[in-house]
Design a binder for this molecule. Structure first.
Ligand code: TNX
Length: 462
């Protein structure tokens, strides 16, 4: 007897067995992307052994049985069903017989999108959420402010977006999310059990805010609209009470929209802020965040200040290992974004038309073949993994797609699947199997030579 083939589900489930006969379901069961008509999957919540996001899925000739302890678990299981469904001529789908039991390795499986360097609006962000959801990510970190633009409307602060939102890298018009836009995004994400983590980058990366409010700059610094890509020159004045009033207004609005949620206060590359001022600023900003009942997170540089115990810190700059050591020593919870593995704004290879290369090239294997345990000490508290897409060179939705695919599924597998299941040879074949899904969804991808694409013509233009 031959064993039934095991389908190419990404991230790899904890356990999956092919059981032979499956079933054929009508096309109406699947809606575009990630939705399945749950009625026909006979979903049940209340299985309390599956954790926050786990699920159990059985497909056989008699039907589909999806079980989870939570609605989030059901949503994750539905993504597996979407990936299992193989289109048949005529519009129906074939589901293979399988038994799956699955749950994530890490509770934080994120993607950061920079909407400050180039602005992307509601539709583009929803599309990114769809792609992230397909690979069972649960955090969308939005980098909302930087030197080149301020992208979130704040009540009572029309200059932030009216002036600060009018620039971007290059000569485009910029743009910003209204509060209503932002709430639409949060609601759309929440329905998919994805948490939006807004980042307001402080005290550096603030030139756009300073153009709106020049009096918040340290003396001697005259803010001018900035459309370049070099950073590290801007800072809010840590000794100006009005700077903290700005932080207060922003955090109050974020707390109104997502009570009890995260606020990412940035903290990276504040090269023009003295260490003393940095500590002063970050400490006060953290106090503002906490006073509104919100949960702070920051980039790794924030370990230079005193952080509340257990506060998550996002590790990105592999050149600064002292930050990592300090974070570990202090018992910080780490969100792992090592640039040489998960910075999806890095070029795939020399000459790739999009992206940067300061952290080297990141091809699919770099994104897949690593583990947090190889970077941090055994006792470090790893909260999860987050890919990052900075947009200095990214101007269209198709650019975003080509940078995310096929690398984001690789990062997602690192974040969800058991460390022991890591197997590059098998992964590159499973990943190749997803090209037909991307084609069906009309999503562009980079046909990296590292991936074992099924024998098919490389369609020109991918
Ligand atoms: C570093 S990562 C930055 C960003 C850039 C990115 C480009 C981080 C916290 N700061 O400002 O966009 O490199 O790769």
């Amino acid at each position: 007897m031959t064993r039934p083939a095991v389908p190419a589900v990404i991230p790899a489930p904890v356990s999956m067995t092919g059981t032979g006969d499956g079933l054929v379901v009508p096309a109406s069961t699947f809606r575009r992307y990630t939705a399945v008509d749950l009625e026909s999957a006979g979903p049940r919540t209340g299985a309390d052994d599956l954790g926050e996001e786990g699920y159990r899925l059985r497909v056989g000739p008699d039907g589909v049985d999806l079980e989870a302890g939570t609605e989030a678990g059901l949503v994750r299981g539905v993504q597996t069903l979407v990936q299992l469904a193989e289109p048949l001529p005529g519009g129906a789908y074939r589901l293979p017989g399988v038994e799956i039991e699955d749950r994530p390795r890490y509770p934080w499986r994120g993607l950061m999108l920079d909407v400050a360097r180039h602005f992307f609006g509601v539709d583009a962000i929803k599309h990114v959420i769809d792609i992230a959801t397909l690979y069972k990510l649960n955090v969308l970190h939005l980098h909302l402010t930087d030197d080149q633009g301020w992208r979130l409307e704040i009540p009572g602060r029309p200059e932030l977006t009216g002036i600060g939102g009018s620039t971007q890298v290059g000569d485009g018009p910029g743009g910003y999310l209204t509060t209503a836009d932002y709430e639409t995004i949060v609601t759309y994400a929440r329905a998919r059990h994805v948490t939006v983590v807004p980042e307001i980058d402080l005290p550096g990366h603030t030139n756009a805010a300073l153009v709106a409010y020049p009096h918040l700059a340290p003396s001697g610094y005259r803010p001018m609209p900035y459309r370049g890509t070099e950073v590290g020159f801007s800072s809010l004045d840590a000794h100006n009470a009005a700077a903290y009033a700005l932080v207060e207004d922003v955090v109050r609005e974020l707390a109104r929209i997502q009570p009890g949620g995260y606020v990412h206060i940035g903290g990276d590359e504040a090269h023009s802020t003295s260490d003393d001022d940095y500590r002063t600023f970050v400490t006060r900003a953290l106090a503002v965040v906490e006073s509104h009942g919100m949960r702070p997170i920051a980039w790794q540089e924030a370990v230079k200040a005193d952080l509340p115990a257990g506060m998550p810190v996002q590790y990105w700059d592999t050149r600064a290992s002292d930050h990592l050591a300090t974070a570990e020593r202090r018992g910080a919870a780490l969100v792992m974004s090592p640039a040489d593995h998960v910075y999806l704004d890095m070029k795939y290879e020399a000459g790739y038309p999009l992206g940067l290369d300061w952290a080297g090239h990141v091809d699919v294997r770099d994104a897949y073949d690593w583990d947090p345990a190889e970077i941090v000490g055994a006792r470090a508290a790893v909260l999860g993994i987050e890919a990052a897409l900075w947009t200095e060179t990214i101007t269209t939705v198709a650019d975003i797609e080509r940078m995310l695919l096929p690398r984001l599924p690789a990062v997602a597998e690192r974040a969800w699947s058991p460390a022991e299941s890591r197997d590059w040879g098998r992964f590159r074949a499973r990943l190749g199997g997803h090209a037909s899904l991307w084609d069906r969804l009309g999503v562009a991808y980079h046909p990296s030579l590292q991936v074992a694409w099924p024998s098919r013509e490389f369609a020109a233009g991918h």
